[in-house]
Design a protein around this ligand. Structure first.
Ligand code: NAD
Length: 261
């Protein structure tokens, strides 16, 4: 990655009035959590995520679903935020990032210190009983599930507890989606970080921003379908790219070329 591209990204961030970041599983691979589509990791290489991580698959065969989910949750439980998460938290603190819209369920943005995080695909903090609809805090259940592989059961009715993550075939939480669309409609720069941009409706958000006149930056190791529409493409490891871009922003700011309001 050339320093010119890093400087260019920093200039675009400093020139923008409202930057919104859309993150995907690629921002968390440096924390040890595999994504779905990078070649070579192999954790899910044998199965299409849409086949196994769907609500239908969960209801049809909860045990098979649990066997698929457990390795991901093990990695999430062990993971720490990496320099890319921390760079985004610092850029928000510096007033250069307005919001993060994430497809991730790992909670690492919040643990890195980001304040405004819209979790499009839900999270693991709470869950719902699939039989009686009771809402529960999931922390203890997730620990037990990771340790034993046993799916958590509702203490009231014995139904299976499903964490509040959005599986393929489920609708996204409406309030979060509405807020994300509002952020995207009012931003003048959208910055995609570590996403293949193939999972809808998250993948529509950059197009929506473009339709409202925003610019698009994509930081991803591999090509995405929206690359032809991007103002700037950064190829490389986001754990190296993002701290470099943040440092370039601070350098330009301290040089006085961009008095940021
Ligand atoms: P994806 O797996 O489809 O794509 C990830 C992209 O990130 C790939 O194009 C890959 O080239 C790129 N990438 C991977 N590591 C990178 C790095 N270090 N630097 C730069 N680029 C890197 O992920 P997606 O687009 O987020 O969609 C997959 C779905 O899987 C989402 O719904 C997401 O919720 C879910 N998921 C979440 C987690 C998590 O919470 N950490 C993990 C796996 C899957």
């Amino acid at each position: 990655m050339t320093s010119e591209l890093v400087e260019r990204a920093a200039s675009l961030l400093l020139e923008a009035r409202r930057t919104v970041v859309l993150t995907g599983a690629g921002i968390s691979t440096p924390s040890g959590i595999p994504d779905f589509r990078s070649p070579g990791d192999g954790l899910w290489a044998q199965r299409e995520p849409e086949d196994v991580a769907s609500l239908r698959a969960f209801l049809r065969d909860p045990a098979a679903f649990a066997a698929w989910l457990r390795p991901l949750l093990c990695r999430i439980m062990e993971a720490e935020p990496n320099p890319a998460h921390r760079a985004l938290a610092e850029l928000e603190q510096a007033g250069l990032v307005r919001a993060i819209i994430t497809q991730n369920i790992d909670g690492l943005h919040q643990r890195a210190g980001s304040q405004r995080v819209l979790e499009l695909h839900g999270h693991l903090r709470e869950g719902t009983c699939l039989r009686c609809g009771r809402r529960v805090s999931m922390a203890r259940f997730i620990e037990t599930f990771v340790a034993s592989g046993e799916l958590s059961r509702c203490s009231e009715c014995g139904g299976i507890l499903k964490p509040d993550i959005v599986l393929f075939g489920e609708v996204l939480p409406e309030d979060v989606l509405v807020e994300a669309e509002e952020e995207v409609a009012s931003c003048d720069l959208i910055w995609v970080v570590g996403s293949s941009l193939v999972v809808a409706p998250a993948s529509f958000l950059p197009r929506y921003a473009l339709a409202h006149g925003a610019g698009l930056i994509i930081a991803n190791r591999e090509a995405t379908p929206l690359d032809p529409l991007a103002e700037l493409i950064l190829r490389g490891d986001v754990a190296e790219l993002l701290p470099a871009i943040a440092a370039a922003c601070y350098g330009l700011l301290s040089g006085g070329r961009y008095p940021h309001s």
